[in-house]
Design a binder for this molecule. Structure first.
Ligand SMILES: [Zn+2]
Ligand SMILES: [Zn+2]
Length: 269
């Protein structure tokens, strides 16, 4: 893998759902062993989450100091990203937060729909599988139309990860119209998507997004794509990247995107 292809989705022990042992230093050591030229930490910010999981907010002034300290100590490129959870009423609060810190990269993700948690299953109660997936995409569409302060949209089809259905896969064609609208809005606003490799680890055997969505993104003129493992522990860092690269090439892409100071740079894959 090209050493410039940096993992753009990583959770350290600053994320409350990550392994307490997943320190910045250990990720850097792993990156050095793999011959990657930098790390991009994207810890969680989820304002107004339905449970108290994300109540304790990281002090990003201290976080930035920590990034500078480990970067100097390890003599390594360390970028400060963030994965921010979108909900419609948080639009202004998210923008205010992001403008107060010098982030290199912002992932916008939907972790909560209509005030309900996906992870604990609340969102799925009283909905058929198709209704739940469709409602999720409606929420994504609303987000990409009304919110602009991000660089890539996170794990765009990850709704299949939750819900406890026996068959968690979905037919792309069932949702093609709304996915088209989502992708068009993302592309028009100069934003991108990520290939999130965590689906392989969650036993789904697929990447987020799958090949059909990725091909459609290409057809519609999409260019900006980052790779992210969505790791929450050292062991999962940079996993699934060979599969992601294979899929990217299959979909007709020749470049992958890396970010610094919120600016995209294109790297040949
Ligand atoms: Zn996420
Ligand atoms: Zn994540």
């Amino acid at each position: 893998m090209n050493k410039k292809i940096i993992d753009h989705h990583m959770h350290t022990n600053y994320s409350p759902d990550a392994d307490p042992k997943a320190t910045m230093e250990l990720y850097i050591q792993s990156a050095k062993e793999k011959g990657i030229e930098g790390v991009m930490f994207t810890d969680h910010i989820d304002f107004d989450f339905p449970s108290d999981l994300f109540d304790e907010m990281t002090d990003y002034n201290k976080y930035l100091e920590e990034i500078k300290r480990v970067s100097k100590k390890e003599n390594f490129k360390v970028f400060m990203g963030v994965e921010i959870g979108y909900q419609p009423h948080l639009n202004q609060r998210m923008t205010d937060f992001l403008s107060s810190h010098p982030f290199d990269f912002v992932i916008c993700s939907i972790h909560v729909g209509d005030g309900l948690d996906f992870y604990n299953g609340d969102f799925f109660k009283g909905k058929t599988q198709k209704e739940a997936y469709l409602r999720y995409y409606e929420i994504v569409l609303d987000a990409v139309k009304s919110y602009d302060d991000y660089d890539v949209f996170g794990h765009i089809d990850y709704i299949i990860r939750y819900g406890g259905y026996e068959d968690r896969s979905y037919q792309f064609n069932d949702f093609k119209d709304i996915i088209d609208q989502i992708l068009k809005a993302i592309i028009k606003k100069g934003k991108g998507i990520e290939i999130n490799t965590s689906g392989i680890r969650y036993g789904l055997g697929v990447l987020h997004p799958g090949i059909d969505l990725l091909k459609r993104y290409k057809e519609l003129g999409g260019k900006i794509i980052t790779f992210g493992s969505d790791t929450h522990k050292i062991r999962d860092y940079y996993t699934g990247f060979e599969e992601a690269k294979k899929m990217l090439i299959e979909a007709g892409f020749e470049y992958i995107t890396v970010f610094k100071g919120r600016k995209p740079e294109f790297v040949k894959i």
